[in-house]
Design a protein around this ligand. Sequence first.
Ligand code: PLP
Length: 263
Amino acid sequence: MGRREPKPVILAFGGYDPTSGAGVLMDARAIAASGGHPVAVPSCLALQSTATFDRVVPVSRDTIDRALACANLAHRIVGVKVGMIGTRAAADALLAFLDRHPGLPVVLDPVIRATSGGALLAKNALPAYRLLLLRANVLTPNLPEIEKLLGRPLVRFEDGVIAARDLSEDTGAAVVLKGGHFAWKGKRGVDIVYDNGTVTLLSPPRKLAPRDAHGTGCAFASALATRLASGEPLAMAAAAAKALVAGWIAGGFKSAEGRWTLS
Ligand code: PLP
């Protein structure tokens, strides 16, 4: 008990997507592929196929509390990756857990809306969600997510650098603004890392074909949390996470419904 474990044990806290295309099953795949050992607690069930979204089924506060206690009893958790929260009960349960583990590093992927347009965060969860943003060490928004968090549209690449700085100053977290979902003019797929006043740009692998794969944000943040827990600096960990996701996009396949699936 209390012993160091040979692999960094990372807690994935997010929605359960039965297809493993996103959510905690995808997180577990990315944590394992990055050299970590995953434990996972579902914030809610995000029932979906690769092409359709059925519904969000809540998990009770008591169940989440108990699941967190089980994972924490079993292993010495050294990092947390937060994805879809869904409900206020889930946000409150995670906040309470993190309050009991004040030194635990948190990478939070701000999942607010599905690409399909469905709301992935209940309105009454917003106050607790804001506290989670303040508790996070690293935030990994994409362009629509940072626009929503800051409440303003971003057009030029330079706006992205300023936005990453502003979000970092608002929350106290480092920010990795992902460029994969959109093309800044002439800078397709460049990620902006803002860490304590230093900006690092991460370029995509040249040959990457644009494929609208779901779950890239989940995989990226999970790989990043695992690399950080292994002691890598943020920009290096983000570059490794980006390479993992690029490989999974390149190696992806079309599901039976005809949707790109990371593999
Ligand atoms: N987590 C869950 C459970 C989801 O259902 C979704 C999207 O539908 C996401 C996260 C966000 O996925 P992405 O990695 O594409 O941002």
